[in-house]
Design a protein around this ligand. Structure first.
Ligand code: MLT
Length: 404
């Protein structure tokens, strides 16, 4: 008789964004005349940039011709894309990353959910609280998190690093020693960031205690302030303790097109074993690569045209962030984020819980956001809005919220 992975049964409820999707669907069915504005999940609304579309068309034509047709992609991804990444994302910031340290994938969500496979189940993870739920849920599935304590909304075997107003929504070094530390900067969900000097402290700490940092830099393109690191490898010593995960979703609108990559430096070792080799083995065994046409499209964002066009898209979303931040502040809300990230983090009014505010906003303003408590216990009493809507919808959403 087969047995299931019972760790799945420990997961409370459904995945956060599935729950929100279901609630919104129910509301829409009951209120078909209402125009809902979705500022919940961080999904982009602008079409792919012209440079990307043109690269897609060209790549499709190549697939139609027997001389240029491509079958399985190379295991780590096409060299033209890895070279563009090494040059534009790293070398331009003074960081040397070798091509065999870059693994092209179908996105940062898969990579951040799968990376745990190369670590023993007995490692103890530390996460920010609130946190992108994938890091915790994927560790629950792996059996690494202990038992769930519903009253606290916490797992017994996870180190939580509260990111609250008191800490400027940034984590502090944990008192208990973790083996694996998940960091995401600019942060989802709070929209906060830390400086290079602050990130250096994490790198030094990880090297000292022998921990690995899984650094999610999916929102790197939204950094607007000086002194905020674009990659963890800007910090000295990061190559011996950090894995970096990147996405094409937020910087180039690939949420529906799917492309990302993970960097594992060869210096990152457990004894004599390179984590790079383990991930290469995993990648080769379980993944057959992102499609050629998507990788070709990805490479186009590093051309002069592609860079300019994607920069314009980011500026568009960051203008939305400004509209949300300034509009809500003027309406008396306490808001943060939205300066180096496309997320605005606000305190719910009148001591409402996060889900109460979610229901209230959906019902009274027909605006969808994300309840802070869905990201962890320290998110209770907070709410996240995304800047990825259209400008018109963002303006209207804020007007509706102001009228409440
Ligand atoms: C979010 O809304 O937190 C993100 O869009 C989810 C994701 O990138 O997977």
């Amino acid at each position: 008789m087969f047995k299931i992975n019972e760790n799945y049964l420990k997961l409370p409820g459904s995945y956060l964004f599935s729950t929100i999707g279901r609630k919104v669907k129910e509301f829409t069915l009951e209120n078909p005349d209402k125009k809902i504005i979705r500022l919940g999940i961080g999904d982009v609304t602008l079409p792919l940039a012209p440079a990307v579309i043109s690269a897609l068309h060209n790549a499709v034509d190549e697939m139609a011709n027997k001389d240029t047709f491509k079958g399985y992609p190379p295991e780590l991804g096409y060299e033209f894309l890895r070279q563009a990444i090494a040059d534009h994302d790293f070398k331009s910031r003074g960081v040397t990353i070798a091509l065999d340290e870059i693994f092209i994938s179908d996105g940062a969500k898969s990579d951040s959910g799968n990376i745990g496979e190369i670590f023993d189940v007995d490692n103890k993870i530390a996460v920010c609280d609130p946190v992108y739920p994938v890091y915790v849920d994927s560790n629950v599935m792996a059996g690494r998190t202990g038992e769930y304590l519903p009253d606290l909304g916490k797992w017994t075997n996870v180190i939580y690093m509260p990111c609250t107003k008191e800490t400027n929504f940034a984590p502090e070094l944990p008192k208990e020693e973790p083996d694996i530390i998940y960091l995401c900067f600019p942060n989802n969900p709070t929209g906060s960031t830390i400086t290079k000097a602050e990130l250096q402290k994490w790198v030094d700490y990880a090297n000292k205690v022998g921990a690995v940092i899984i650094y999610d830099a999916a929102y790197e393109a939204y950094i607007s302030e000086e002194n905020v690191p674009h990659t963890i490898y800007e910090c000295e010593g990061a190559k011996t303790c950090a894995i970096e995960i990147r996405s094409f979703s937020k910087n180039a609108g690939f949420t529906g097109t799917r492309l990302g990559f993970t960097v594992i430096p060869k210096e990152l070792k457990s004894g004599d074993v390179m984590l790079n080799s383990l991930w290469a083995r995993r990648h080769g065994t379980k993944f057959n690569g992102a499609p050629y046409i998507i990788q070709a499209a990805g490479a186009s964002i590093y051309t002069e045209e592609g860079k300019r066009q994607t920069k314009e898209q980011i500026a568009y979303y960051m203008n939305n962030a400004k509209v949300i931040r300034e509009g809500l502040s003027a309406a008396g809300y306490s808001v943060s984020g939205g300066v180096n990230a496309p997320y605005i983090w606000l305190k719910t009014p009148d001591s409402m819980t996060s889900w109460e505010f979610f229901d209230y906003l959906l019902k009274e303003a027909n605006v969808v956001g994300t309840p802070g408590s869905g990201f962890g216990p320290s998110g209770e009493g907070y709410f996240r809005l995304t800047a990825f809507g259209t400008y018109e919808n963002t303006l209207e959403a804020i007007e509706r919220i102001k009228r409440l």
